[in-house]
Write a protein that binds this ligand. Structure first.
Ligand code: SOE
Length: 387
């Protein structure tokens, strides 16, 4: 380890907690990290909430205005863990102030904003990354190695679903994730962005899409309080849901593969069902986040032993990131994916290279999201506007 960097984190709810934990763990478990993060300040509008978060997660101070945080000289890395509507202004200001940036997914609420953010980071020469944490599940990285090394042969199919069920109760209130002006879109941007990013990493670029979206419950009780998370309380007045509850689309990839994508918050029984399958000419693999230490693999083999196998992806000698955790067979969890991402980002800052997925990847993901929305509106096949 050769130096340190002051971190300022904007947002202290669910993602703020996952990112805080990553900054706390990274130098203990990855002592080879090239820059040690110093938890300088956490930021949120509600002073009582943010000061409690600062104390709970070990931040040295707190701010209630992100502009003050971005202006601080002792902060070199700004981490944006807020709802989508504030990603662009914070990132553009952080880039102008010369700060390196980690931004939660999807990069922005619109393609135009995403492009402005990527340009701001490029112009300022700051290191940037979008927090698509599922890329850094060891089993997902193993899937990438297997595909890239050709062991699955030519890839024909990508099949992914991301299923949740947390808003099926019609009385569940109109939280920010159900408001387009704050969240940008519903399941499409929240969950679809993850499986588009994984598809881009594992299979390649998407050239055209055709999709549909639906909002099953169009009116919901507004919040009793202005800020609401999963435990939000409903008021008596009703308000309009302005985002999709579900989205499905088909895609063609540049390499000739075909893809199917389904995201919903109306799949009863699924709390966080992020799953994908890849089929190639010589083999197939599949992944299920709820069993994230495992990768299922089928390879062409002698007929008497052919069959799906389940690999326990916990062997430090063979599997990415695992050498820094526990002996083989000792499983890891959701929170480790953020630590892996922060480790790669800090090394990226030291080396002067933005690790994937950087803001340009974020723009390409956003272009696919935007294409799906256009296709759902026009009922036509649509090409993502990458340029
Ligand atoms: C809510 O739908 C959510 O927390 C997403 O925003 C995350 O990105 C996903 O990982 C889990 O579900």
């Amino acid at each position: 380890m050769s130096g340190e960097i002051g971190v300022g984190l904007v947002g202290y709810k669910f993602m703020g907690r996952t990112h805080s934990n990553a900054y706390r763990q990274v130098s203990a478990f990855f002592p080879e990290v090239k820059l040690r993060p110093i938890l300088r300040a956490i930021c949120g509008r509600d002073e009582a909430g943010v000061s409690a978060a600062a104390a709970q997660f070990g931040w040295a101070s707190y701010e209630t205005d992100w502009k003050t945080l971005v202006a601080r000289d002792d902060i070199g890395l700004v981490d944006i863990s807020t709802p989508g509507s504030s990603h662009a202004p914070i990132a553009i200001a952080a880039a102008a102030a010369g700060k390196h940036i980690i931004c939660e997914k999807p990069l922005a609420n619109t393609l135009a904003e995403a492009r402005q953010m990527a340009k701001a980071a490029r112009d300022a020469g700051v290191i940037n990354m979008v927090m698509f944490n599922y890329r850094r599940v060891p089993a997902v990285q193993l899937a990438k190695r297997l595909i890239d090394s050709g062991r699955l042969g030519k890839i024909y199919h990508w099949r992914a679903v991301y299923l949740q069920d947390w808003i099926m109760d019609p009385n569940f209130p109109l939280v920010w994730r159900l408001q387009k002006d704050v969240a940008g879109s519903g399941t499409l941007g929240d969950l679809g962005a993850h499986i588009i990013d994984l598809a881009r990493m594992l299979v390649g670029e998407i050239t055209e899409v055709t999709g549909l979206t639906e909002t099953f419950i169009k009116q919901r009780p507004v919040l009793a309080e202005t800020v609401g998370g999963l435990g939000a309380k409903a008021g008596t007045e009703m308000g309009e849901v302005t985002v999709d509850d579900a989205a499905l689309f088909l895609a063609r990839f540049e390499n000739g593969a075909l893809g199917s994508f389904e995201v919903t918050r109306f799949a009863k029984g699924w709390a966080n069902g992020n799953q994908f399958e890849v089929n190639g000419s010589k083999g197939s693999l599949r992944f299920n986040l709820e069993r994230l230490n495992e990768l299922q693999l089928y390879l062409d083999e002698d007929p008497d032993v052919a069959g799906w196998r389940t690999i326990n992806v916990t062997n430090g000698e063979a599997h990415p990131y695992m050498a820094n955790w526990w002996p083989a067979g000792h499983i890891i969890g959701y929170e480790h994916t953020f630590t892996h991402a922060v480790f790669d980002f800090l090394n990226g800052v030291a080396d002067g290279v933005s690790p994937a997925p950087n803001f340009d990847d974020g723009v390409r993901c956003q272009a696919v999201l935007e294409a799906v929305e256009r296709s759902a509106g026009s009922r036509q096949w649509v090409e993502p506007e990458y340029e």
